[in-house]
Write a protein that binds this ligand. Structure first.
Ligand code: RTP
Length: 171
């Protein structure tokens, strides 16, 4: 099977309208999009996704980031009956994607940049659009093995595989 990776736009990236930017960079490179879904994962789901990091001191903050989104949390609303309410506005949305292509796992991480955006070169997604390690826009699998595990977790019903006409222009 051709190499696949799991790429995710995190809630800050979704909220900032950077989904198209991430897609554009993978498409420009020549990788093939196999699956894409806007998801609202549970806390448990994210704890499973990041289970390797459960002992890290930043784990709780990471799960909070991924489940609540860095948006204005308290929104003062005047409802139709003029009652004033304080509501929590949360946008815990991730865009889950599967990309395919030669060397896509490693090359995908190069396109994303370093975990810490300040250490990421301009030209990478994090280098161009982020500052803080706790708001670094996107995720990419770190090995072929973890990619397949993550694809199974986020797309339990499987992913279509299809042949592209343009493959012969890229390979
Ligand atoms: P990701 O899994 O999200 O693609 O990130 P990564 O492989 O580049 O980095 P990893 O070590 O797996 O960390 C996962 C995410 O945790 C947050 N993080 N915060 N020191 C910190 O506060 C810290 N270190 C990591 C980041 O959001 C990182 O992407």
């Amino acid at each position: 099977m051709a190499e696949r990776t799991y790429i995710m736009v995190k809630p800050d990236g979704v909220d900032r309208g950077l989904v198209g930017e991430v897609i554009k960079r993978f498409e420009n490179k020549g990788f093939q999009l196999l699956a894409l879904e806007l998801q609202k994962p549970s806390r448990e789901h994210l704890e499973k996704h990041y289970s390797d990091l459960s002992a890290k001191p930043f784990f709780a903050g990471l799960i909070n980031y991924m489940t609540s989104g860095p948006v204005v949390r308290n929104l003062l609303m005047i409802t139709y009956d003029n009652a004033i309410q304080l509501r929590k506005k949360q946008t815990p949305l991730e865009v889950a994607m599967v990309w395919q292509g030669k060397g896509v796992v490693k090359a995908g991480r190069v396109l994303l940049g370093e975990t810490n955006p300040l250490a990421s070169l301009p030209g990478t997604i994090r280098g161009d659009f982020a500052i803080d390690v706790g708001r670094n826009i996107c995720h990419g699998s770190d090995s072929v093995e973890s990619a397949e595990k993550e694809i199974a977790l986020w797309f339990p019903n499987g992913v279509l595989s299809h042949k592209r006409v343009t493959d012969s222009l890229i390979y």
